[in-house]
Write a protein that binds this ligand. Structure first.
Ligand code: HEM
Length: 534
């Protein structure tokens, strides 16, 4: 076909004595035509595949069941495109689909059915009440190749091994003093670092999370330094196209760090100098741990990955708190008034929490507003199921979209706004009494639903309440004004495909609330080498 059109074209140009010009023209024309040709073949192929797909799809559905609303896609390959890779776009993308397809729908990617759940009622019905059918592990991009599903709890499938690890984790993560008192000790040092270099507030928050997690995990904050590097590398290794070599190195790096930290606790326990920690509990098989009976190797991996998750997960709402303070500064006087009235000239403690409803509302609303895991943690179904007449196949990947669930309009009017009053005033649908107990982040959907739901919720609660309380007790926060403010916008929402959402550092002016508070915060810092960003 292209040959005859080429001949006709030569004729219409009437030949040429410029041989090279003619040759290049012909080459261009031929290329364009072959592109046209290939487009036609593609179009025909796609049409054929579409028709075939419609037929086969209809055949696959068991009799008597309805098919969930399904996102359009290509047969066989399904819909591998669509979900934006990063930024607020992902959240926006799903809100548009939600409007069109409703609260539960499916899509297909290379033969796997993905189920998208976007309301709390359905998420609870499927993931809680039928939890065992919806609890199989699903390899995440950030986990694939780094640590296998058989080694870390969040990626494990259901079964005896899962329950043995889960039981052990629940025990170590829920002892009477979940943070062993380290959270409050670290708060004081963090305030000191922010005083020393306030522009580096984001770095200080990450340092705070790493030190606290390392102390809780191994009784020594120094192990946190390595974890900070690993958390950064882990997100890089999870990027599409990252070389397998890098993942293998990271896997090795993680294991070395976890085993070294474990051996350090063994040595300190033998010397009688080990402070309280998850690892010490495991080694002593304290608090009923003998039941789970994790080997030393399993304990090293369980404690290590738990510490890594704790750093990334708690860092997210701590960053979001700065965003909220810069965007809704009128709440600062109300928060300061409560903290001064209840705590006076010292930092807030766990025992103060029943008297700090405004602080708890600020924390809960921050968690709702900027979900740390906006698209949840995906699970696989272990058997076929039927919901409301709709067929959900075995092996489907189920995503509970935390971002949209936390924005259901009947429950959360003005959902895009950060409004702590929705937890404090009876006119809002989410209000609950008594205020000495509510609002609380315990049981919050941000910690997941399924049998895999977060075992770190108690530690997260202590850390978020006391750390945000301490920072708010000591400081005023202000976004940049004028031209600088326009150039350095406060980030709205950053979702990414790697599970955890943490905003990057943005310019925020952080100043001590008074000279007296500054003097208090200046006193003491356990590790002065961490005062300035290395
Ligand atoms: C603000 C802080 C945190 C948030 C928002 C958070 C959220 C979550 C979510 C959404 C899940 C998945 C639940 C599901 O599959 O349905 C999860 C699982 C998990 N979290 Fe957290 N988490 C936080 C802090 C922590 C901390 C401090 C620890 C450490 C003690 C921790 C350890 C874990 C572990 C080990 C899992 C996997 C559990 C399993 O697969 O059974 N998390 N978390």
């Amino acid at each position: 076909m292209s040959q005859s059109i080429q001949a006709a074209q030569e004729e219409s140009y009437g030949g040429s004595d410029n041989a090279s010009g003619s040759a290049s023209l012909n080459a261009e024309t031929a290329a364009a035509l072959s592109l046209l040709d290939s487009r036609a073949v593609w179009a025909l192929g796609l049409l054929l595949a579409f028709v075939l797909g419609r037929v086969t799809q209809k055949q696959k559905l068991p009799a008597g069941f309805k098919r969930l609303p399904k996102l359009a896609g290509l047969p066989y390959i399904g819909r591998p495109w669509g979900v934006p890779m990063s930024g607020a776009d992902a959240a926006w993308y799903f809100s548009q689909l939600h409007k069109k397809y409703g609260p539960i729908y499916e899509s297909e990617v290379t033969g796997t059915t993905h189920i998208w759940i976007e309301n709390d009622k359905i998420a609870r019905e499927l993931l809680v009440h039928r939890g065992r059918k919806y609890g199989d592990g699903y390899e995440l991009p950030a986990g694939a190749g780094v640590l296998g599903g058989s080694e870390v709890l969040p990626l494990m499938g259901m079964g005896q091994e899962f329950w043995r690890h889960k039981d052990a984790l629940n025990r170590i993560a829920n002892v009477e003093d979940v943070s062993f008192g380290y959270s409050e000790l670290e708060n004081k040092d963090t305030l000191r670092r922010v005083l020393d270099s306030p522009k580096e507030w984001s770095q200080h928050i990450t340092t705070h999370c790493a030190r606290t997690a390392a102390r809780v995990a191994w009784g020594d904050a120094r192990h946190g330094t390595k974890l900070m590097e690993i958390v950064q590398d882990l997100s890089k290794a999870g990027s599409p196209g990252s070389p397998p070599r890098q993942e293998a190195d990271l896997r090795q790096q993680m294991k070395v760090a976890f085993f070294e930290a474990r051996d350090d606790v063994i040595a300190r326990t033998q010397a009688g100098t080990a402070e309280g920690s998850w690892m010490k509990l495991c080694l002593e098989k304290a608090g009923g741990l003998e039941k789970g009976n994790l080997s030393k190797q399993e304990a090293a991996l369980t404690v290590g990955t738990n510490a890594l998750i704790a750093i990334a997960a708690t860092g997210s709402p701590l960053h979001a708190f700065f965003t909220a303070m810069c965007s809704y500064s009128s709440w600062q006087p109300r928060l300061h008034e409560e903290l001064d009235r209840v705590c006076g000239d010292r930092l807030p403690r766990t025992a103060d929490l029943p008297h700090l409803p405004v602080l708890r509302a600020v924390v809960k609303e921050t968690l709702r507003w900027k979900q740390p895991m906006p698209l949840g943690l995906s699970r696989r179904t272990t058997e076929d199921d039927v919901y409301d007449g709709y067929y959900i196949p075995k092996g489907a990947v189920v995503h509970a979209n935390a971002y949209l669930i936390s924005r259901e309009s009947s429950k959360y009017p003005e959902a895009e706004e950060w409004r702590p009053e929705r937890w404090l005033e009876p006119s809002w649908p989410t209000y609950q009494e008594p205020l000495s107990e509510y609002p609380t982040i315990r049981g919050d959907a941000a910690f997941g639903y399924s049998t895999h739901a977060c075992p770190g919720i108690e530690l997260a609660a202590i850390e978020l309440y006391t750390t945000i309380g301490a920072i708010a007790w000591g400081y005023n926060f202000k976004r940049q004004e004028g031209r600088q403010g326009c150039e350095n916008a406060v980030p709205w929402y950053e979702t990414n495909p790697y599970v955890m959402n943490v905003s990057s550092q943005f310019p925020c002016t952080v100043t001590p609330r008074s000279a007296e508070k500054a003097r208090y915060m200046a006193g003491g810092c356990e590790d002065p080498s961490l005062l300035v960003k290395a």
